[in-house]
Design a protein around this ligand. Structure first.
Ligand SMILES: *[C@@H]1O[C@H](CO)[C@@H](O)[C@H](O)[C@H]1NC(C)=O
Length: 157
């Protein structure tokens, strides 16, 4: 059972006040959308699966990050950030993808539109060294419902 409730901070936006076309670089730090007075839902209650293919890398490796809606509840947006678990610094970069928007300032990826989605697959490319990488995220279900402080779980082989 891969009911991976992850701890990634995927920041999703919304129609009026949010990020209909993806998170801006000023969201790098907090990974939170400005959705009026709405507060994030706790990460443990997220209905979304947030999984990374591995947590260690060598130069140029690709690590895949999957965001999925196993219960069928779609999401509108997200923000996923890669970081070194020891230093907490953001590392590496994501590859461009359909429906995705890079935030190169902080090794992050967001959505490029706010249509309902059932999944997103992100490809992260390692820097020129070896180490460990983790992903955190925010997932926006809809304007007043978003999950913050999510951490990706590592896929079991
Ligand atoms: C790691 O960095 C993020 C983003 O800047 C920050 O929100 C978080 O508090 C930091 N965590 C630690 C343990 O310093």
């Amino acid at each position: 059972m891969l009911r991976a409730i992850v701890l990634v901070s995927v920041v999703v936006l919304h129609l009026a006040a949010g990020w209909p076309t993806g998170a801006p670089s000023k969201a790098c730090e907090a990974m939170l959308p400005k959705h009026g007075s709405n507060r994030p839902q706790p990460a443990h209650s997220s209905p979304y699966s947030f999984v990374q293919s591995t947590d260690s890398y060598r130069p140029g490796d690709q690590v895949i990050v999957y965001v999925q809606a196993p219960t069928g509840t779609p999401f509108k947006g997200m923000m996923v950030q890669a970081y070194d678990p020891r230093s907490n610094n953001t590392i590496g970069e994501f590859l461009e993808g359909v429906g995705l928007k890079k935030i190169p300032e902080c090794a992050s990826m967001s959505h490029s539109d706010n249509r309902d989605k059932k999944s997103a697959t992100l490809v992260w490319v390692a820097p020129q060294d070896s180490g460990n990488v983790r992903f955190r995220g925010t997932i926006v279900q809809q304007f007043n419902t978003f999950y913050h402080g999510l951490s990706a779980t590592v896929q079991k082989v």
